[in-house]
Design a protein around this ligand. Structure first.
Ligand code: ADP
Ligand code: MG
Length: 323
């Protein structure tokens, strides 16, 4: 068994921008622009970055919930990029997604039993009694009770609804969970409960997570490694510890400087980025961060820095580290 459960190579997702009465293509939004990373079995890879940097598009296009424009995705030893729809449907049993907003992603007209048994029906698993049994089991697994099966989404709190979203993702015993900001919509007091649940589930069910968040403090504790995205690209990727102790990319440093630290002596200098986030429809040349970078040089304006390993798996795309 290969060590990597997921290998993403040069993934791109471009959305055409159309205009005029004839709907001619007048440009493209580079939502994901050449992203590569791997996720080991049992690992949690965090993906962070500001809103609009391409995190959700990365998560969805690697599962082919939306079709990538280019790139290759190898999941559990199979190149899934070229699978036919029926083969892809079967493969998706093993790769599930948990969404940010559990209310929007749960059908309000269906009770929990119906919501949770749907994946089983779609994949033709079990008879009615077995499905009911599995629903009860999964409710217990996520910290709810079997009597909740007859209730509707609006009868739950936000945290409980996200537990239902997680239960639904687990119904088919997947290997990989793409968790797309699973706690961002929840009260801070509830966030850690759901994060703890996800960590327990990972241990008990040998799950692998791609954990998406816009907040560095949320991914820190749950992730083994973290990738930082900016304008459709990963600019830095390393272990959580390295990222927080020794961030290399100027963008990562700026993000971290905004995270409050519990230790007042370890006060970091707050780095305020110049300018606004550019549009992915018109990204800056060279290094896309150059318009906001305190260390910008001429090279940064014209040459795209390679995303390379600068030592023991610490990847960074920045000319400062091109020794
Ligand atoms: P994030 O999850 O990091 O907030 P997204 O992946 O949702 O970012 O979006 C990345 C970029 O792609 C954004 O600029 C967004 O506006 C654009 N985008 C996302 N979906 C579409 C779409 N269906 N059509 C056009 N542009 C899109
Ligand atoms: Mg998103």
């Amino acid at each position: 068994m290969a060590e990597d459960l997921l290998i993403v190579k040069n993934l791109k997702k471009y959305y055409p921008i159309t205009g005029g009465v004839f709907g001619k293509e007048v440009g493209v939004v580079k939502a994901v622009d050449d992203v590569s990373f791997t996720v080991k079995r049992g690992e949690t890879l965090g993906l962070v970055g500001e809103s609009g940097c391409g995190k959700s598009t990365t998560g969805r296009s690697l599962m082919r919930l939306i079709e990538p424009t280019a790139g290759e995705v190898v999941f559990d030893g199979t190149n899934i990029t070229s699978l036919k729809p029926e083969e892809m449907r079967k493969m998706r049993r093993d790769m599930q997604i948990v969404f940010q907003d559990p209310f929007a992603s749960l059908n309000p007209r269906h009770n929990v039993e119906k919501i949770l048994e749907e994946p089983l029906i779609v994949h033709g698993i079990g008879d009615a009694a077995e499905r009911k049994q599995r629903v009860s089991e999964m409710l217990e697994v996520v910290g709810l009770s079997s009597y909740h099966a007859q209730r509707y989404p609006h009868q739950f709190s936000g945290g409980q609804r996200q537990r239902i979203g997680i239960a639904r993702a687990l119904m088919l015993n997947p290997k990989l969970i793409v968790a797309d900001e699973p706690v961002s919509a929840l009260d801070v007091s509830i966030q850690s409960q759901v994060l703890n649940l996800m960590q327990d589930l990972q241990k008990n069910l040998s799950l692998t997570y791609l954990f998406i968040a816009h907040d560095l403090s949320v991914v820190r504790h749950i992730s083994d490694r973290v990738g930082v995205m900016y304008l459709g690209r990963i600019v830095e990727l390393t272990t959580s510890e390295q990222l927080y102790q020794n961030p290399l990319h100027p963008y990562t440093k700026a993000l971290l400087s905004a995270v409050p630290t519990p230790d007042p002596d370890a006060k970091r200098e707050r780095i305020i980025l110049q300018g606004d986030l550019p549009s992915p429809a018109n990204p800056p040349s060279g290094c896309t961060f150059h318009t906001r970078c305190p260390h910008v040089t001429d090279e940064c304006r014209s040459v795209r820095p390679q995303f390379r390993d600068v030592g023991s798996g610490h990847f960074v795309a920045c000319h400062l580290y091109n020794a």
